[in-house]
Write a protein that binds this ligand. Structure first.
Ligand code: ADP
Length: 397
């Protein structure tokens, strides 16, 4: 039997999973996949590390009604591929750790209560993350469940970056700029520390540009500030989320146009950003290939806002030594990367068009004052690593 760690990322109607083999003190990916359409049109797909399909199966909605059923089907689906593996821990992506949970955590009874208490801070995500933990605890009784928080990497922000300009009792009630995508930023910070310790000790802006997009200022491996705030709505526009918006707009929509909280939630989370602006798609590839002027306008606005935030985060650190692009858009959308960097010459940022077109790992000209890098992020690997660390620490105590 060889040891393995299962990583789960449970959303409202999906569970993404990845299985890692434990090799010494490392975790190596073996397979990944997702169950989508839980309760509606369930579809499981799993692939091995060489991207060969291991399972591709659909069920009627009632057959996979909830997360417990979904996890059971996932384990059936990948069962033959994981025979002989002993799952020693399940690592979970949990969106919110609140003001106090700043490190990965073994989830026992009292810890689960702490996670539940944070549900009001992330009502659209936290309940599903918790459902994933509950499902895994039932499926793997006695196996440690380890929660890893998207907010944790940002918990050391200075008060100035952490607060809103509201009376202090709001801060005390947890109304703070938490920041998200922390597992991705931590992965990139660790990667840079491994590959280039001198650079990692400097001032780095990481642009995590995917369906959800945010940017983070990292100095000497620590998060200084991030574009996301109390929720994952703030900052730059995203696939379907609005990004930063004047709060007066929301007051106006409520008072003058009669929109209520449900209407605003639907608009700001699901029908804004690239999808809402273009009316075509949330996917950059669709917008790049569209002839519609509104597709081009949506991308122009995205570029404008990302560029502005790079400047703001460089200011937060008193300068910038490297800009790192990551996630689906950051790793692939060459044209957008080039457009974002136009006008950032005052920060020493420039892109070599040949290196950029070739999607090289370093796309700034050789010897550039500020290096521009492209790195693949891996939040699941970060969770597996955290799970191993928590297991080792638990054994030691
Ligand atoms: P998530 O936030 O869901 O993890 P990803 O990081 O996977 O999202 O990013 C998905 C987005 O990346 C897609 O919606 C698409 O806009 C963009 N993307 C992926 N591949 C490309 C590509 N080759 N060119 C341009 N954009 C791409």
């Amino acid at each position: 039997m060889s040891d393995a760690i299962l990583v789960l990322n449970a959303g409202s109607s999906s569970i993404k999973f990845e299985l890692f083999k434990v090799v010494g003190d490392h975790a190596e990916t073996r397979l990944d996949g997702q169950m989508e359409g839980i309760g509606a049109s369930p579809h499981l797909i799993a692939r091995d590390a060489r991207r060969q399909v291991l399972a591709d199966k659909r069920w009627p909605g009632p057959d996979v009604a909830d997360h417990v059923a979904a996890l059971a089907r996932i384990m059936e689906g990948i069962g033959p591929s994981i025979e002989g593996r002993n799952i020693i821990a399940v690592g979970h992506r949990v969106v919110h750790g609140g003001p106090d949970l700043a490190a990965p955590m073994l989830v026992d009874g009292p810890a689960m209560e702490k996670l539940r208490a944070l549900m009001p801070l992330a009502p659209l995500h936290q309940p599903h993350n918790i459902a994933g933990i509950e499902a895994a605890a039932r499926r793997f009784p006695g196996v440690p469940q380890i929660a890893c928080f998207d907010t944790a990497f940002h918990r050391a922000h200075a008060w100035e970056a952490d607060t809103f300009a509201l009376p202090p009792e709001f801060y005390d009630r947890g109304i703070r700029r938490y920041g998200f995508h922390g597992l991705s930023y931590e992965y990139i910070a660790d990667l840079l520390a491994e590959q280039d310790p001198a650079l990692a000790a400097g001032r780095v802006v990481v642009a995590h540009l995917g369906n959800g997009s945010s940017l983070c200022a990292i100095h000497n491996g620590r998060s200084i500030d991030s574009t996301m705030g109390f929720t994952a709505l703030d900052g730059v526009p995203m696939g379907t989320r609005c990004g930063q918006i004047d709060p007066g707009v929301l007051l106006h929509l409520m008072l003058a146009e009669g929109m209520d909280a449900a209407d605003l939630t639907g608009l700001l989370y699901g029908n804004a950003g690239l999808k809402g602006m273009s009316g075509i798609s949330q996917d950059v590839r669709d917008l790049e290939s569209s002839e519609e002027p509104r597709a081009a306008r949506a991308l122009s606005h995205y570029v404008w806002r990302v560029r502005r935030e790079i400047g703001a985060l460089a200011a937060a650190m008193g300068g910038i030594d490297a800009l790192v692009f990551t996630a689906g858009i950051g790793e692939n959308a060459r044209d957008l990367r080039a457009r974002i960097c136009v006008g950032l010459g005052f920060l020493g940022i420039a892109i070599d068009p040949v290196l950029n077109a070739a999607n090289e790992a370093e796309i700034s000209p050789p010897g550039a004052a500020t290096r521009v890098l492209v790195r693949a992020t891996d939040e699941e690997a970060m969770i597996a690593r955290h799970a191993l660390t928590v297991l080792h620490c638990t054994k030691l105590t």
